[in-house]
Ligand binder design. Sequence first.
Ligand SMILES: N[C@@H](CCC(=O)N[C@@H](CS)C(=O)NCC(=O)O)C(=O)O
Length: 222
Amino acid sequence: MSESATSFELYAFWRTAATYRVRVALGLKGLQAREINIDLDAGEQRSEAYLKLNPMAGLPTLIHAGHPPMTQSLAILEFLEELQPTPALLPADLHGRVRVRSIANMLAADTHPLITPRVRKYLTSTVGFDDAAWRAWQQHWFVTGLTAAEKRLASEAATGTFSHGDQPGMADICLASVVAVMQVFKIEVPNTPVIERIVQHCQQLPAFAAAAPRLQYGAPTP
Ligand SMILES: N[C@@H](CCC(=O)N[C@@H](CS)C(=O)NCC(=O)O)C(=O)O
């Protein structure tokens, strides 16, 4: 195994969508990471030690061979793509790449961050949301993001077995990450048949299957 394949440390928690994205990308590229658990339920992301790695108090953080910590899942996916270009997470053509990055951002930048623990903490402790209001908030933003992604995937010619053609890539990783976290939080997935089909294809691939939240360290036993 090459040096690059053995020298990753991933700060992770079992159910996080952003960590899922990095786990899948590492898996697709045949790379492995030693995981360090940061318990979001215990607030460990706000510990002084972790804030030195990731001042946004978010997971994941990835450290490669002693280099400075890397944060932001999409930036990490781009890093892994450059480190090890095959199998590619982005298409070969410029216009294909912007399409995939755009769909990925709809989910990872415009949808998922709205339901993170820090947002929940603020809405419940400062704004006064109760559990029902929080669930309605989660449902609203997930449905908004997935419905918009479905419209694109159903209407754009570049959609194939996966979001872009017939190879899994960055957009699929982001789609599957959002669906995975909705399942964890038991949030009903809206009627989005193209997304459902794509995510089913993803889940048949070992890298996606191995990243399933329920299989990770710290996941509750059923
Ligand atoms: N945009 C960031 C999001 C990071 C993020 O918010 N991660 C969540 C878990 S999926 C987290 O650790 N949240 C901690 C908190 O909100 O307190 C990324 O894609 O890496």
